[in-house]
Ligand binder design. Structure first.
Ligand SMILES: C[S@@+](CC[C@H](N)C(=O)[O-])C[C@H]1O[C@@H](n2cnc3c(N)ncnc32)[C@H](O)[C@@H]1O
Length: 316
């Protein structure tokens, strides 16, 4: 597929390059904010699974830069933005980067240390595993990232804080809803206009962090497992009873973003210059060390003969 044909088919991809975003995902966070006003009053935020960095750019542009460019900026008042990913990413003004695995307790400790005893107002997580196309498997691996996000949330989110997490909608969506509802008074599953309808992706928008009375972070897994077993639903304050049958509660689901705006599943004509030509822009900041780089190197080497391949063994 040529660059121009991708620009035509995916308007958010083209707009991202025009507006200087590293990835089209930036629009998803912006559209969630349009509906839920998630940045209001936010001073400390964690961006989990941040590379190549378009959500961190949104956080920098919406929170850090306005404070930095204000008439009398004081260092202590500048918002703190910590971004984590397995992959390194190019620097973004006002964003502290941590390279690590969010499912690893040590990564969580590094983040907590950056907050120096203070709590975060907002945690966002756009984490995605390498999708296999097997929906059950993808949904399961995705849920592990949400769980890791929730572990970090349970350590550093302030009461009343917000958590936004990418989810894959599947047969266990209601279980996830109840698990999140245990910690937040408001949970809505949102589908931004820039997220393709053909994708099972959506975002859990969790507002007003209120862990159960006497909650100890060490009990997180036990509590989540408990909610997965019908017999224990009664002793947890989850309003529905159970996930199926007449008591089943319908999960609040909201399409967000300007609904008369661009449709991510449509093709749009390309804007033409005066001479009738169209020039595709290069990506703003491609990932600096993407996981597929090795495969590309190997492919290049194989086209130059077996010798090149020998130099690039599969071992890290
Ligand atoms: C869809 S991308 C995130 C895009 C990003 N929000 C943006 O706007 O540029 C998903 C990211 O999740 C990261 N990821 C997946 N599993 C992870 C893990 N266990 N720990 C940290 N990052 C992870 C991947 O490296 C990838 O960069």
């Amino acid at each position: 597929m040529g660059k121009a044909s991708r620009d035509k088919r995916d308007i958010y991809y083209r707009k991202a390059k025009e507006e200087g975003w590293r990835a089209r995902s930036a629009f998803k966070l912006l559209q969630i904010d349009e509906e839920f006003n998630i940045f209001e009053g936010v001073k400390r935020v964690v961006d989990l699974c941040a590379a190549p960095g378009s959500w961190s750019q949104v956080l920098s542009r919406k929170l850090y830069l306005p404070a930095k460019l204000s008439p009398d900026p004081k260092d202590a008042d500048l918002p703190l933005i910590v971004a984590i990913d397995l992959q390194p990413m190019a620097p973004i003004e006002g964003v502290i980067q941590v390279q690590g695995d969010i499912t690893n307790a040590r990564t969580a400790e590094v983040v907590i240390r950056h907050f120096d005893g203070c709590k975060a107002d907002l945690v966002v997580c756009d984490g995605a595993p390498d999708v296999t196309g097997l929906h059950d498997m993808d949904e399961f691996v995705q849920s592990q990232l949400i769980l890791a996000g929730l572990t970090i949330v349970s350590h550093i989110l302030k009461r009343g804080g917000k958590f936004i997490a990418k989810i894959f909608r599947g047969k266990d969506t209601s279980l996830l809803y109840y698990q999140l509802k245990l910690f937040f008074t408001e949970v809505t599953f949102a589908k931004p206009k820039s997220s393709r309808n053909s994708s099972i992706e959506a975002f859990a928008v969790c507002e007003n962090y209120s862990p159960p009375e006497g909650f100890n972070e060490k009990d997180l897994h036990r509590l989540l497992e408990k909610i997965g077993s019908p017999s224990s639903a009664d002793d947890l304050d989850c309003s529905s009873g159970w996930l199926e049958g007449p008591n089943k509660v319908y999960i609040p689901f909201l399409a967000c973003g300007d609904l008369s705006g661009y449709d991510s599943d449509r093709s749009y004509p390309l804007p033409k210059a005066a001479d009738g030509s169209y020039k595709s822009l290069d990506p703003v900041q491609p990932p600096i060390a993407p996981p597929y780089k090795r495969a590309l190197d190997m492919k290049k080497a194989s086209s130059h003969g077996v010798q090149g391949l020998e130099k690039l063994s599969l071992d890290p």
